[in-house]
Design a protein around this ligand. Structure first.
Ligand SMILES: NC(=O)c1ccc[n+]([C@@H]2O[C@H](COP(=O)([O-])OP(=O)(O)OC[C@H]3O[C@@H](n4cnc5c(N)ncnc54)[C@H](OP(=O)(O)O)[C@@H]3O)[C@@H](O)[C@H]2O)c1
Length: 348
């Protein structure tokens, strides 16, 4: 199952809004006969690749798969048919698939056909692997990543709002890699004024993220890179006041009226966006933090000091007592050029 989970990782960024899935086939003597993973959205599932690689050696063998095989006609035929026609005798599954058209149905079909089925192998790892997929199914909201770069004294910009560049080349390369597997990148209006960002992944990654600006007031610059390129790469503006944004719409941006940030997330979820990345600034990150809306943190700390009254990463209200601080779980830290990259999750 560990090998199947590692194979599943290969689909990250390519398969969403589908789950990442990996599969291994062992022959009747327990020897490795085939491997596969779900490679891209709409393409064959992991089991199909692994069974094809195993060929006749699958007969009487074992299929190990990170997610319950599907039993419905979606973009591809049911995997349960492929498993049964290959003559698999045993199936080990990490977790059932809560997708409504599957939801235990795949396991039931296999059991009814006399296949020995074991569920729950490395289940916690499988749940962590597909946390964004599971969150979108459960809540209708995407998995929210937050990223910022800050100085050693905790600033994301100087006192005049300058932020180019805090982190070094290696950290910026990692951010572009992260962008390339997102469905959307979000910034607040203040960042558009201060940094005039382009918010594309360079070099391009597995997906082309939509570029999103959140502005309650609808007050955005008349000229900026996002607006100028809105016909090339999608730009969505979420606002409570669309009136001043007619020019943005004329230039190809989609302007969506939303009362609050949760409505923004609900709309992104309705588009089946699975992973979104908030890149700042302090206002948007702070309000998302206060709302408990951030699932995963990517923080780059540069060994630089700027002092003064520049903003820190999280504006908003914050917690009152240190005992109420959010302690990241499963957090790791590693060098990133001269910077330190800290990665962690808001909850298990
Ligand atoms: N180092 C880094 O990683 C990094 C990254 C990004 C930005 N920055 C820096 O951050 C600074 C900008 O920070 P900032 O706090 O001014 O900018 P910001 O968060 O980008 O923008 C704040 C504005 O975004 C809108 N907004 C935020 N949360 C909202 C919500 N929940 N609902 C509706 N609208 C919301 C509001 O716009 P309206 O006022 O229009 O309603 C608010 O005034 C700049 O100096 C920039 O250089 C640094």
């Amino acid at each position: 199952m560990r090998q199947a989970l590692a194979l599943a990782e290969n689909g990250r960024g390519f398969v969403e809004p589908n789950p990442m899935v990996g599969a291994v086939v062992l022959d009747s003597g327990g020897r490795l006969a085939g491997e596969g993973w779900h490679q891209k959205f709409g393409g064959p599932h992991a089991e199909v690749f692994a069974l094809a690689a195993a060929g006749d050696r699958a007969r009487g063998g074992t299929l190990v798969v990170t997610l319950e095989p599907c039993c419905h006609h979606g973009k591809t035929p049911p995997c349960t048919d492929a498993v049964l026609s290959a003559g698999i005798a045993r199936v080990g599954v990490a977790m059932a698939d809560p997708f409504p058209k599957v939801a235990g149905g795949g396991l039931a079909i296999l059991r009814a056909a006399g296949v020995e089925v074991q569920v729950g192998v490395c289940e916690a790892d499988a749940v962590a692997l597909n946390a964004p997929y599971l969150k979108l199914l459960r809540t209708g909201r995407p998995w929210v990543h937050a990223k910022w770069a800050m100085t050693l004294d905790g600033k994301i910009a100087t006192h005049i709002g300058d932020s180019k560049w805090i982190s070094g080349e290696e950290s910026r390369r990692r951010v572009h890699e992260l962008r390339g597997r997102m469905d959307a990148i979000l910034v607040g209006a203040g960042t558009v004024f201060a940094d005039d960002p382009l918010l594309t992944a360079r070099p391009a990654g597995a997906r082309v993220p939509a570029r999103i600006v959140v502005s309650a007031s609808g007050n955005l610059p008349e000229a900026c890179q996002l607006r100028a390129t809105a016909r090339d790469v999608p730009v969505i503006v979420y606002t409570a006041n669309a009136a001043p944004l007619a020019g943005w719409a004329d230039d190809g941006a989609e302007v969506v009226s939303t009362p609050n940030f949760d409505a923004v997330l609900a709309d992104l979820g309705a588009r089946r966006f699975t992973n979104v990345l908030i890149e700042g600034g302090a206002g948007l990150l702070g309000s998302a933090f206060d709302a408990g809306a951030i699932d995963e943190y990517h923080v780059f700390i540069a060994p630089k000091l700027v002092g003064g009254t520049g903003p820190s990463s999280l504006g908003g209200v914050g917690v009152s007592r240190m005992a109420d601080a959010l302690a990241l779980v499963r957090s790791t830290f590693e060098p990133s050029g001269a910077d330190v990259y800290i990665h962690g999750f808001a909850r298990q």
